[in-house]
Design a protein around this ligand. Sequence first.
Ligand code: BG6
Length: 617
Amino acid sequence: MSGIVGYVGRKQAGPIILEGLRKLEYRGYDSAGLAVGSSRAFHVRQAAGTLRNLQAAVRLDPIQGTYGIGHTGWTSGRANLADPDRTSRATHSGIIVAVAGKPSNLAAQRAKLPNALRQSARTDSEMLALLVGSHLENGVSLEEAVRRATAGIRGSCAIAAISKQEPGKIVAARLGLAAMIGLGKNENFVTSDVPAILSRTRDMIQLEDRDIAVLTRRGVLVTDWEARPVSRPVHHVLWDPLMAEKSGYKHFMLKEIFEQPRSIRETVLGRLNEESGKVVLDELGVTPRELREISHLTVIGSGSSWHAGLIAKAMIEQLAHVHVEVEYGSEFRYSDPAIDERVLSLVISQSGETADTLASQELAHEKGSKTIAICNSVASRIAHTARGAIYTNAGPEMAAASTKSFASQLAALYLFAMHLGQVRGQLTPAGSMRCARGILGLPGLVETALELAGRCERIARQLAHAGRVLFLGRGVHYPIALEGARKLQELAHIPAIGCAAGEMRHGPTAIIDADLIVVVIATVDPAHRSSQLRYERIVAQVRELAARQARVICIANQGDRRISEYAHEVIPVPRTHELLLPVVELIPLQLLAYHVAVLRGLDIDQTLDVGRSVSSN
Ligand code: BG6
């Protein structure tokens, strides 16, 4: 995913923009560029490959100027900033445009250009610069030219533009993709992603869709798509800038795996009365009375968030006795769901920007269903569109593959299930206290599970060259089997399948042989009857898998002697309640996928993340 950064103030803009682009590296890119202006000229530097190449270009040919914009992007290494000479030749106006995300109908806009220019635009930035320039020639301001040029643009992007004719001004526009304005003292910033400017300011404005912002050193003016001045709330972002850094870890993903005790604590903090076990969700936006009137829930998500939805189903049905349907965002958005105002929809999304999930949320609203966002990004479209939200407060998740946000989603969903059970009279005070003790103890159990990192790194060597890996789980552990398989696919590019263990006999048993590695989730909560019944079946299956020469790796309870009799490797995790075990057994699966990917020399943090924020097919 590409990203943009802009600065206007008294300081040299170049170093600030480069620092911001470095914070966006995790989003993946293959080229980067920046343009810095002074009262007299623009300096443009751009380079294919990593930011180091751009920094070298700037060192080789230094730039001066107190305002400017830059971006990282996927342009197959081509120049990715509009070249002012090319655009000035084309439009005599010297405009630079930086684009984050992907406009979806730029080709159709080409027809709006004068014939002489139609073929000259090679990248999205140049196309937009030419469009803006063609309006500037009518003598309008840069912000009006941007408004007119983007009026017909569709897709999900954020842009920033500067013009030689209006030095000291940056114009930013939000066209779907998040765009943040950072407010400073005699300086202001624009970015598509908070971490890029967090070390410079914590006071930020989230532009709304189609907003246009004009930034100068003295201030920021925001107008809507009809050029009406609007006031947008200023968020004081509490994220610790260091959380947006690797802090000594080799990859963001490893850092975020180890941040999970903290992120779970942050999710629970202030939402649970430790004496009574009562849950308080201030931003839910749905009253206890409305919660008592719902007929059932729909839970919508994509990727790991959909796996969290499957676990939410077990939590809500067991703690609140309300039926739950779980839907993929990519399926629900194209369906004709039989839901109405009596159905409450939970929309799960770390980024709050995944197009399929957002489109499904809008469909739920069309059907009359209220939605609640389970989200990690306060200023995101899904959170903004929802009736209310449970923010996971996990801090910025820089790696594309979700880890701490997934664990925090499960904690948030557990709190919601407790709350729903409490307001509907299904969860007694004693039951509430039992649940409260469970979730309050969770961060400590995750810390214990993280001590398995060395064992997981050793076992990862057995998986690094596996041809195929099967992940098995039953009940609430089945979604974790899916998550483990997803992580191995996404990070290590190994063909991995997650399967409900009880389904083995209906097909997958045919692939069992000495080359197959099977990861089985064999944990159990002895106090939970169905957990015990499932566990007995799992033990029998592990015995059969081993007898058929498959290599079996089990995630099991600490001290489980039975599983050790048959499994080749056992990864022992701490015991807890059945509905909280998924958070604990998740840890070794994340570590396994991470270490296998490292052994295979793959790009951990920059997995090509095409699922979020861009419209799916
Ligand atoms: C995918 C990520 O692209 O998007 C997954 O690789 C993530 O890790 C999925 O779960 C959904 O993203 P979000 O932001 O909607 O939770």
